[in-house]
Design a protein around this ligand. Structure first.
Ligand code: SF4
Length: 237
C-alpha cells in the first residue's frame, strides 16, 4: 500500500483538484466515493464530481442529530445536480441501547460517551457505506485542524485500509468561497451564521471571528481530543 500511495502521489503531483478527481474517477470506476458532510469543502467536491461523472457515489451519514439546514442543503444539492446523495443511518437497535443506557445527551458527560455516540452514529454506518469502496474522497484541508497533519493528496487510511484522497489539501478558506460563489454551489446556510465546520447539532456551535476553524466542534473538549474517528491521524495514534 505504501508503495502504491507513493506512486499515486507522483502521478497527481501538480494536478488541480478537478484533475485529481478525474484521474481517480477514471482509474477506479465504481470504486470511488465522496463521504460528504454537506460542508463547504464537500459541496465544492460534489460540484466538481457532478461535472465529471454524475454516477459517482456520494454519500452522507445521517446521525439523527444533524441540523435542519443540513437537510436543506442536501435537498438543494440533489435538485441542482440531478443526483441522489446516498444516506446512511445508524443501526436503530444500537442507538436505542446507547441512549437508553447512557442518556439522550450522553456526549457531554465524558469523552468515552462522546466516542461511543460517534461510533454508533458515524463509524459503523461509515463502515457500511465504504464496503465496496477503494478510494475515499475527503474535503480535508491543511489549515483545518491541529490533529490533522496532512502533507500529501493521496494517503493510506490506517483505519479502513483504503486509499484516501484529499484534492483540496492546499486550498485556503478564501479559494473555497471564491469557487462556491463563482459556480453558485449550494451550501449549508449555517456557514453564513458563524459555523465554519458543521457536524451534529448538539456538538457544533458558531465560532467568533479569528477563532480556530474547528473551535466550534466538541467545544467542551481539548483540541487534541477533537476527532470523531472518521479520519485517522497519519501516525495512526
Ligand atoms: S458528533 Fe455528537 S451527536 Fe454526533 S455522533 Fe458524535 S457525539 Fe453523537
Amino acid at each position: 500500500m505504501e508503495q502504491l500511495v507513493k506512486e499515486l502521489n507522483e502521478k497527481v503531483r501538480g494536478f488541480s483538484a478537478e484533475q485529481v478527481l478525474e484521474f481517480f474517477i477514471k482509474d477506479y470506476p465504481g470504486k470511488l466515493a465522496l463521504g460528504s458532510s454537506l460542508g463547504a469543502e464537500d459541496q465544492v467536491l460534489t460540484d466538481m464530481i457532478a461535472r465529471i461523472d454524475k454516477s459517482t457515489k456520494i454519500f452522507t451519514l445521517d446521525t439523527g442529530r444533524v441540523f435542519p439546514e443540513t437537510y436543506a442543503a442536501m435537498a438543494e444539492t440533489n435538485k441542482k445536480y440531478g443526483i441522489n446523495i446516498d444516506v446512511y443511518f445508524p443501526n436503530a437497535q444500537s442507538v436505542e441501547e446507547l441512549v437508553n443506557e447512557k442518556g439522550i445527551n450522553l456526549f457531554y458527560e465524558s469523552i468515552e460517551n462522546r466516542k461511543a455516540c460517534c461510533h454508533v452514529r458515524k463509524i459503523e454506518p461509515l463502515q457500511r457505506a465504504m464496503i465496496d469502496v477503494d478510494v475515499w474522497v475527503t474535503g480535508l484541508r491543511k489549515e483545518q485542524s491541529i490533529t490533522r497533519i496532512l502533507t500529501e493528496v493521496v494517503e493510506a487510511d490506517t483505519l479502513s485500509g483504503k486509499i484516501k484522497i484529499n484534492p483540496l489539501l492546499d486550498w485556503t478558506e478564501q479559494e473555497l468561497w471564491h469557487y462556491i460563489k463563482k459556480f453558485e454551489v449550494p451550501y449549508n446556510k449555517l456557514h453564513d451564521r458563524g459555523f465554519p465546520s458543521i457536524g451534529c447539532q448538539p456538538c457544533t456551535r458558531a465560532v467568533e471571528p479569528g477563532e480556530d476553524i474547528r473551535a466550534g466542534r466538541w467545544w467542551w473538549e481539548t483540541p487534541e481530543q477533537k476527532e470523531c474517528g472518521l479520519h485517522s491521524r497519519r501516525n495512526g495514534k
